[in-house]
Design a protein around this ligand. Structure first.
Ligand SMILES: [Zn+2]
Length: 303
């Protein structure tokens, strides 16, 4: 069942838990993450990044259909929309096909640009997205790359005061913050700045917050973050690792070779189940279904 990300994060924020946002790649991984949500009776945010598939409209439409057929509350979000381009028009060019494909949320990532440009681009994109009835995520500070974690050269931590004014000026629905996590695989040991997280949550009057780079961050850190105001955690690498490990250790000799996709599906699903439990959103789906009327759940697109 389709929801916007704003709708999903509202309850997560109120009840102090986080929803995992797995990065899917194709039909198989889309089905695996929905299966995980259904098994755990959990809400789900499906993240799709633009360069992951040669045809994002096709992937988006297919994912939307799978989400609509599922009884779980599911949002479909464009991950890091426009992050490769400094130019606003190119960013818009990347975001619009996703809105057309039926995504219910877009991340507008201008976090590599100076504060003022980040604000003005996100502000314009939020106006467009809200007119279409979908949610917007933006990033302030900059979550770096795990490969550079030892020197943290590409990481900029989020300033709590700036977070407050950014939200007020842009009108976004949730904010990705940089508190020490990194994308991909960590070189070195991850350190999370929980004091900063607490200050951001307070400064923003309990605004829904997002954590990127969940993989490899450690169960204790993630459990703590999801109880301290993080409401969405992105996960990619851990899912890939689980599947790689499963294929390596599975008995796929002879005729069993045809089981390879099932092995990948099951390992991807089971790893996400671990995340759903960790972030505290197992069994939370009924609350969404009870809170919403069919009318409220329907999302109408103007494009
Ligand atoms: Zn990210």
């Amino acid at each position: 069942m389709l929801y916007t990300m704003k709708q999903l994060l509202e309850i997560a924020n109120k009840e102090n838990f986080a929803i995992p946002a797995p990065n899917i790649q194709n039909e198989l991984t889309a089905r695996a993450v929905i299966e995980a949500a259904e098994k755990m009776n959990s809400p789900l945010i499906i993240d799709i990044a633009f360069p992951i598939h040669p045809d994002i409209v096709f992937l988006g439409e297919m994912t939307r259909r799978l989400a609509e057929e599922s009884p779980m509350p599911i949002a479909i979000n464009l991950d890091h929309g426009g992050s490769r381009w400094a130019d606003f028009d190119l960013c818009l060019k990347e975001v619009m096909p996703c809105i057309r494909a039926g995504f219910t949320s877009i991340m507008v990532d201008r976090s590599s640009l100076p504060y003022k440009e980040n604000v003005s681009h996100v502000q314009m994109m939020t106006k467009i997205a809200h007119a279409m009835g979908i949610s917007v995520e933006a990033e302030l500070g900059h979550v770096g790359d795990g490969e550079k974690y030892d020197d943290k050269s590409d990481m900029v931590l989020t300033d709590p005061g700036e977070a407050r004014s950014f939200i007020e000026e842009t009108g976004v629905d949730c904010l990705a913050v940089s508190i020490g996590t990194a994308h991909g695989q960590y070189k070195g040991k991850p350190y999370l700045d929980f004091d900063r997280l607490e200050k951001i949550k307070t400064a923003t009057d309990n605004f829904p917050l997002v954590l990127h780079g969940g993989s490899g961050t450690g169960e204790e850190n993630l459990r703590k973050a999801s109880r301290m105001g993080i409401n969405k955690v992105n996960v990619g690498t851990d899912l890939f690792k689980a599947s790689l490990n499963a294929v390596r250790t599975a008995d796929l000799d002879g005729g069993k070779i045809y089981d390879i996709w099932q092995v990948i599906n099951d390992s991807w699903r089971d790893e996400l189940i671990r995340w759903i439990e960790l972030l505290g959103c197992a069994g939370k789906a009924p609350e969404y279904l009870a809170a919403d009327t069919v009318q409220k759940r329907r999302i109408h697109y103007m494009v």
